[in-house]
Design a protein around this ligand. Structure first.
Ligand code: DX5
Ligand code: ZN
Length: 221
């Protein structure tokens, strides 16, 4: 399996000290910054947009920024995030009128493209567009809030996604988002995930490094 990546979700960070919080998780060993964009339309919550992404780049963040769009429509905001320094841009197929076109748009803007599957969304369309996908994100909670419990059926879905990715022969990361903790990461990794989003598990802990190290150790064990 490819190297595992830990992507703390800044949704659970202290927004009043966002730059410091991002510096702290990266110094604690995080690989990516997971950036949750919610529009109070596609999901019932409202968070941050391209200006905040750009501000993190200006602050000096050089790590990959993993933008998770929970917005409808999708396409209008993609160039703004590319200009703001996004590395990966992922979206929910239900929120896009033309999934193939949105994937193309993200890649044309020089970013990696990800497709996100909600707990009730089947993986069927993945095979139709797999040549254009750099990342598959399996939601293990319903999108909109941090701190929810991991939905157990996500493990079987991860296994199905892993099989589709492996059959494609392409270099595609399999990311999981929602309810990931140090004490369930081993079974999630065993189901095929290689990229782990964790918000509350990291930011609600007193010692970010201890949680990130425990996560890596439990995957390796
Ligand atoms: C939920 C977001 C997640 C969320 C994860 O819509 O996409 O990234 O922040 O938070 P935890 O790890 O607390 O479930
Ligand atoms: Zn997310």
């Amino acid at each position: 399996m490819s190297k595992i990546l830990i992507a703390p979700s800044i949704l659970s960070a202290d927004f009043a000290r966002l730059g410091e919080e991002v510096d702290a998780v990266l110094a604690a060993g995080a690989d990516w910054v997971h950036f949750d964009v919610m529009d109070n339309h596609y999901v019932p919550n409202l968070t941050i947009g391209p200006m905040v992404c750009e501000a993190l780049r200006r602050h000096g963040v050089t790590a990959p920024i993993d933008v998770h769009l929970m917005v409808r429509p999708v396409d209008r905001i993609v160039p703004d995030f590319a200009r703001a320094g996004a590395s990966v841009i992922s979206f929910h197929p239900e929120a896009s009128e033309h999934v193939h076109r949105t994937l193309q748009l993200i890649r044309d803007q020089g970013c990696k493209a990800g497709l996100v599957f909600n707990p009730a969304t089947p993986l069927t369309i993945l095979e139709e567009v797999i040549d254009m996908v750099d990342l598959v994100l399996v939601m293990s909670v319903n999108p909109g809030f941090g701190g929810q419990g991991f939905i157990p059926s996500s493990l079987a879905k991860l296994r199905r996604a892993r099989a589709i990715i492996d059959a494609s022969g392409r270099d595609i990361r399999l990311e999981v988002d929602g309810g990931v903790k140090a004490d369930n990461i081993a079974e999630i990794a065993a189901a095929g995930a290689d990229t782990f989003v964790a918000g509350s598990a990291i930011f609600n802990a007193p010692d970010y490094r201890a949680v990130i190290e425990a996560m890596r150790a439990n995957v390796a064990a």
